[in-house]
Unconditional design. Sequence first.
Length: 367
Amino acid sequence: MENKYLAATINTSQGDYRVIVGKSILGELGKELYKANLNNKKCFLIADKSMFPKQTKNLHESLESQGFITNSLSMEFSEEIKTHATVSKIYNWLADMKAERKDFIISMGGGVAGDIIGFAASTYLRGIPFIQIPTTLASMTDAAIGGKVAYNLPEGKNLVGSFYQPKLVFEDLDFLHSLPEREKTSGWAEAIKHSLIQNIDLFKEFEENHERIYKLDNDYSAEILKKSVAIKAKIVSEDEFERGDERIKLNYGHTVGHAIEKISNYNQYLHGEAVSIGMMAAANISMRKGFITKEIVDRQEKILNKYNLPVKIKNIEIKKILDAIKMDKKNSNGKVKWVLLDSIGNAIISQGIDEKIVIESLKEVII
């Protein structure tokens, strides 16, 4: 277990932690908890309702068999209820259960669950240790890694949050088998994004080995996931608090993607679907700025299509997208910080893009 399933070790000011990736590895969780110095036997498992009862029961029993006293709560999580009210429900449960600072919390679910549970962990009793057990492909490749926890306001996504690193990220691909096909597909957007911004060799693997990767039922899929995770882990270790440009590059496709999610009230497009469309908008801006050729734009579109990700959006007003973009967290001095490409495998940051270029690029993705 020491190295076979270790995707990365993330180095942060709050401590280093391991990201474990593999198939059918739930029985090893206890060992990893001890390695993470989570030696107190009392834990609080908060799981997405979609994991109830089978997966939650399996995890609960696994923890109990390894000596952990486990208290479980099943909740519904979605972008529409990614609010302070939902965070308060977690606070109230932890208070009722008399959780203490020496205990630890387990987040089991997708990206929204990890964001909300992680934020609750970061603030209840001024901070309780927590671990991430992501159960969607999108959260495995992206959201569970890096310590960004938050909830939404009516004005925008993730506007209230903090940087609070987990003590462990534990990814068992077996959890993905119960996902609806659309959920699986959506998750590939973040993994492909990682290859686009930093690793052309991984991008070529996505191109050439689609059938083996897409099924998520073999060791090769796990190895591809580990490579994607390693990219984000490296960036987080270098730029934990998003103070430089490196970590901002992880937001390739997210400026327009988050705007699409907000405009559609978080109930029309899954996160990965919105990011996929956002990546196409960003690629078109990159081309219009002369950073990349149309051939690269087409190559990106082809790979997104191959993984059944949307590349265009219907019935949306450009003005609404532009207005939503103005609330983006990455903006500086009133100007949008765009993450663009100057080649496959290398992202750049550009500010002050002419609005005409943005509008023309958005027209390319709206039908």
